[in-house]
Design a binder for this molecule. Structure first.
Ligand code: ATP
Ligand code: ATP
Ligand code: MG
Ligand code: MG
Lengths: 227, 227
């Protein structure tokens, strides 16, 4: 479902070029549950932004569901992305003037879902992440972990076939983190493809394959024994 | 050095009152190394904001270095705080238009440190957190963990006697997290008082005492065996 070939991302700084990703190649099949690990600054979020069609590579190819993403025009790309991919950002990226309910509702509005149905779905997903009693809090009235959970609910609400989550448990206590992994596990059992960046070994053990990065390069790709 | 008595924080929402902290009392002596743990939403950041003099309690008393903080006027409070406390925020709170160097330099400018000296100190602290080659990147040109490390450097640069760190390793891989804990350990050996919020058990084992919270209340206070 995801094919990445020689994916490269270079940021042009004033006096030099910074190679954030260098010739990264791998394949991910439908229904896989993959973690992405590596040191701070090794290129994980850069990769996730490329996979999520939020950024374009400097060179290399990215095929999503056999479609070469670079061939898609902006609005086709946006629809393609909103329908197929749910993205949990490392820094959440919630809209500060909307409350939790409205933030989670947004992707459903873009997908043209009716108001009555949106109401149902948003409440259901906020309840899943334990935030039904925080629906009308805005992001600055939520704790760090609550904000993270709103971002997770928002990523799942359109029932995407691919979930990209960048450090989804970074601000969660162990138990809340386990609850989130349960949600991901259930989605994976339903056939969703899940790629999550994590620095926590315990979290990676819930997945079935670990892609390891260092200095912008893919340096490891192994199965998890007894996930 | 820190005495908290019946500290309470209530947020007034439209239809009800949310009790974020309820009658919290404890004492922390100079040179202690304490972790604060508890589920998402249990009041940890709210407590840290009160200890950091960034917010005022609804009721209760907070004595910092035997000074009742509620007695201080705004500018006295600000000077008191900037001199004594280094604060690492859960969401970093860097200034987006300044680069890493300028963000770390800011507390030194407020403290009236000369330009020549500031240059030295900022470079030294950015090197400590491994970011000497990212000095001129702005926050949106840094990885999540790099942004976190800039926030840590900024908190330490004025050599404060008290360090309050809210999830300082939440976005760091295990090794970078260990390097940060080494920095905190060295500062603690020098006599600094350190209070850090963490959800990671391994991180809490580096400290010597754990305060546990649940639903806004202090529910546990124990020593760490063999930190
Ligand atoms: N400005 C606010 N208005 C209303 N409620 C708030 C506000 N800030 C925080 N809260 C609520 O107070 C409670 C405690 O929040 P706090 O940020 O202290 O939690 P926390 O322990 O730091 O959680 P986390 O581990 O998720 O960061 C939460 O339930 C949160 O929803
Ligand atoms: N817009 C940008 N301009 C310049 N350099 C950038 C930019 N964005 C990221 N970088 C650099 O690219 C490298 C990879 O960043 P990336 O965010 O992918 O790392 P990461 O693996 O997600 O790290 P972390 O675990 O700390 O979140 C970093 O060294 C970072 O400084
Ligand atoms: Mg990242
Ligand atoms: Mg918090």
């Amino acid at each position: 479902i995801i094919v990445v070939e020689e994916l490269t991302k270079i940021y042009k700084m004033e006096t030099f070029e910074l190679q954030a990703l260098q010739n990264v190649s791998f394949k991910i099949y439908p229904g896989e549950f993959v973690s992405v690990m590596g040191p701070s600054g090794s290129g994980k979020s850069t990769l996730m932004n490329l996979l999520g069609c939020l950024d374009t590579p400097t060179s290399g190819r990215y095929l999503l569901d056999q479609q070469d993403v670079s061939m898609l025009k902006d609005n086709t790309l946006a629809t393609f992305r909103n329908k197929k991919i749910g993205f949990v950002f490392q820094s959440f990226n919630l809209l500060p003037r909307l409350d939790a309910f409205q933030n989670v509702e947004l992707p459903l509005i873009y997908a043209g879902v009716s108001r009555v149905e949106r109401n149902e779905i948003v409440k259901q997903f906020l309840a899943k992440v334990g935030l039904e009693d925080r629906m009308h809090h805005r992001p600055n009235q939520l704790s760090g972990g609550q904000t993270q959970r709103v971002a997770i609910a928002r990523a799942l609400v359109n029932d995407p076939s691919i979930i990209l989550a960048d450090e989804p448990t970074g601000n969660l206590d162990t138990r809340s983190g386990e609850e989130i992994m349960q949600i991901f596990q259930t989605l994976n059992d339903e056939g969703k493809t899940i790629i999550l960046v994590t620095h926590e070994h315990d979290i990676s053990l819930h997945t079935k394959r670990i892609l390891s990065f260092r200095d912008g390069q893919l340096v490891g790709d192994k199965k998890v024994e007894n996930p």
